[in-house]
Design a protein around this ligand. Structure first.
Ligand code: UDP
Ligand code: MG
Length: 316
């Protein structure tokens, strides 16, 4: 029989004292079930990442570890944000496991999906995305903004998995590749699809938060979205350029128009030159901005130094 796989859970926690006892209980049940049924190896672990919580989160994590060493913890020096905490966890476990599953602490993601993740991993998938089947349980506002965001990202040409948050399984090899992306503007949902390899998705029903409040207030959500867009797309720069072109064309039309008006002698002195210069200058300025933007876009890509290719297999 093939050797059982070591699967780690990585769970970022920011002020989650209210949900951690329940989350750890349910995860432990799930893990004991999977281990008993020989789906995952006995030394699989559940790793909580404390993202600089100000409540008893770390205390709870240490107590859990005391009682049962299936639980482990990583404590960050201060709050680094969800994405930072997630990456810290993944990087810590990448050489210790065969695959890691990232999940939120608040039990919104369905724990029973873990079985499917493991199945797909056994079938050879290196990345498995958890995709929510509907947004029935979201507030109207959250649903609307989230969907607008995904649509905008797709429109801007960012390869992003629709309705997938950070609930996913990644093989240690895929995490290793992820570590080659050195960018500081971290937007994992955009980077992970760039890793490649065999991938698949599983759908699940997303629940409401078990307890406590969302740690993503509107302000964080907006900065998350802006970060996602500006880290992955230079289309906004191109739009400036396009607007420049349009306005410049308008200026030519205005030129012809005001020339005719001038010929007919229906204008005040000075009007023609003034109107044409306003349009032409505006157009030229936007065009130049867009042009400079193209170069900035190039510099931006160079600076990120993303890997140019990722090898899956070599037969020599
Ligand atoms: N989180 C974190 N650091 C932060 C904010 C959130 O580690 O600065 C964690 C949080 O504890 C939770 C996950 O990220 O496990 C998702 O946060 P939340 O459930 O509040 O977001 P929402 O589901 O409302 O979008
Ligand atoms: Mg949540």
């Amino acid at each position: 029989m093939a050797e059982l796989k070591k699967i780690f859970m990585v769970i970022p926690c920011f002020n989650e004292e209210e949900v951690l006892p329940e989350t750890s209980k349910r995860l432990l049940e799930k893990y004991e079930f999977l281990i008993e049924n020989k789906k995952i190896s006995e030394d699989s672990k559940i790793v909580f990442v404390d993202d600089g919580s100000r409540d008893k989160t770390w205390q709870i994590i240490s107590d859990l570890h005391e009682k049962n060493d299936i639980f482990s913890g990583v404590k960050l020096s201060r709050n680094h944000g969800h994405q930072g905490a997630l990456l810290a966890g993944l990087m810590t476990v990448k050489d210790k496991c065969d695959a890691a599953i990232s999940m939120d602490a608040d039990l919104q993601d369905d724990i029973n999906t873990i079985d499917k993740f493991v199945e797909k991993f056994d079938e050879g998938c290196e990345i498995v995305y958890g995709v929510r089947s509907s947004r029935k349980k979201d507030t109207f506002f959250k649903r609307f903004t989230a969907q607008a965001f995904y649509k905008l990202m797709l429109f801007l040409g960012v390869e992003i998995i629709y309705n997938h948050a950070d609930f996913r399984l990644m093989s240690s090899r895929a995490i290793e590749v992820l570590s080659q992306f050195k960018e500081v503007n971290l937007f994992l949902r955009g980077i992970v699809p760039l890793v490649g390899f065999k991938t698949d998705t599983v759908t699940y029903e997303r629940n409401e938060r078990f307890a406590g409040e969302s740690k993503y207030p509107l302000k964080k959500m907006i900065s998350f979205a802006v970060n996602g867009i500006t880290s992955f797309s230079i289309k906004p720069i191109r739009m400036v350029f396009a607007v420049g072109v349009i306005i410049f064309i308008c200026s030519i039309i205005m030129l012809i128009y005001s020339f005719i008006v001038w010929l007919c002698g229906k204008t005040v002195a000075g009007w023609t030159t003034l109107v044409i210069s306003i349009w032409a200058l505006g157009g030229i300025q936007l065009l130049s901005l867009g042009m400079i933007g193209e170069y900035i876009g190039k510099i931006y890509k160079e600076v990120k130094a993303r890997p140019l290719y990722i090898i899956e297999e070599v037969i020599l």
